[in-house]
Ligand binder design. Structure first.
Ligand code: SF4
Length: 344
């Protein structure tokens, strides 16, 4: 009799996964490596952005009445103007679970609203557009509601920094992208391979996993892995490093990831920032204001924050022409030993 343990296949690894939280799907679109850390490795770090995100949810996280009452109200059809807050939904069919921030009764059906602490991105004509990861999150919530038999006609993101809503079109393309991302995220989790870090990507500046990921250092070590590293416990950092012959290992389903490297970089020097002591923030937009919020320097134009930089990654701020620096920003620059230069 053969007493060997049954071999687990890729299909088993997929079917045995617990339902994927929608917020992890959001992580997957933001950065596949971040997704892997949080969903597979269960590693979490807070930073100013994640704490501010929790703050932006403080009102919608207060549930309205009871779960069952809410589902009954949904099944009966929400009258126009009615609101349900913080409703948890789960679908075995989709393998997805999520908490919808707000569901409103609209003129033609239910409307989904998710809250985000940041600001919308700008379209070609300067119009506000939902970020890709946020749009996928709204679509995922709409799919969960559809599984409950609720017709969803519109999606919205409320951006706390902008203090306004941005529409998300629940189009067939958006649906297809969301379902593909869900399948790809599950395949990545089942693969057991941690993807490589992004390369010189601004997303890393705002990433809570930065101290765990160490993207520059990881790339440096990966480049010299064969010669320098032998310890098994270090392997997961390099396991998914893309090589031309097997790039599909870290890009399940061929999911396109902007900014990801396709070959290991040739790095000859020890890891360090592009400058020896940090980045230089250059502001030359007339009327712009450089301020400070938490541990971030902010650049605002006409009252809107258009750029944020962590203070500890700056070594200098250059201001050209009619640009203001607030008193708080001056104080923080002094404390962090950041040079400030004015140019006419
Ligand atoms: S630091 Fe960059 S590469 Fe690393 S997990 Fe965060 S976004 Fe991804």
């Amino acid at each position: 009799m053969n007493s060997a343990a049954p071999i687990q296949t890729q299909d088993d690894a997929l079917s045995l996964q617990p339902p994927l939280p929608v917020r992890r799907l959001h992580n997957f679109i933001y950065c596949q490596r971040l997704f892997y850390y949080q969903w597979v490795e269960n590693l979490f770090e807070e930073n100013a952005d994640t704490i501010a995100g929790s703050h932006a949810h403080r009102n919608v996280d207060k549930p309205s009445n009871y779960e069952e009452d809410k589902k009954v109200a949904l099944a009966e059809g929400l009258p126009e103007g009615a609101r349900l807050r913080s409703l948890k939904l789960e679908s075995v069919t989709l393998g997805l679970v999520g908490v919808v921030d707000l569901i409103e009764g609209g003129p033609e059906g239910a409307e989904v609203v998710d809250y985000k602490k940041g600001s919308a991105k700008r379209g070609q004509n300067g119009e506000r557009v939902a970020k890709e990861s946020d749009a996928v999150q709204v679509m995922a919530h709409a799919l969960l509601l559809e599984e409950e038999g609720t017709r969803v006609t519109r999606g919205w993101i409320y951006y706390a920094e902008d203090k306004r809503r941005v529409s998300v079109e629940l189009s067939p393309e958006q649906r297809e992208q969301t379902l593909k991302a869900l399948a790809d995220a599950k395949a990545l989790a089942a693969s057991g391979h941690c993807p490589p870090p992004l390369v010189h990507d601004p997303r890393c500046l705002h990433c809570s996993a930065y101290p765990i990921c160490l993207p520059n250092e990881s790339r440096w070590w990966a480049a010299g892995f064969e010669e320098k590293v032998d310890e098994q416990q270090m392997a997961f950092v390099f396991d998914g490093w893309p090589v031309a012959a097997d790039a599909s290992r870290w890009r399940p389903g061929g999911h396109a990831l902007a900014g990801a490297a396709t070959t290991a970089p040739e790095i000859k020097e020890a890891p360090r920032p592009d400058g020896d002591a940090g980045e230089i923030l250059v502001v030359q937009e007339p009327g712009a204001q450089v301020g400070q919020r938490g541990d971030m320097f902010t650049v605002s134009v006409k009252g809107e924050v258009v750029q944020k930089m962590p203070g500890h990654q700056l070594r200098a701020i250059y201001l050209y022409g009619a640009v203001q620096l607030t008193a708080q920003a001056v104080q923080t620059a002094l404390e962090l030993d950041i040079d400030v230069a004015y140019f006419s």
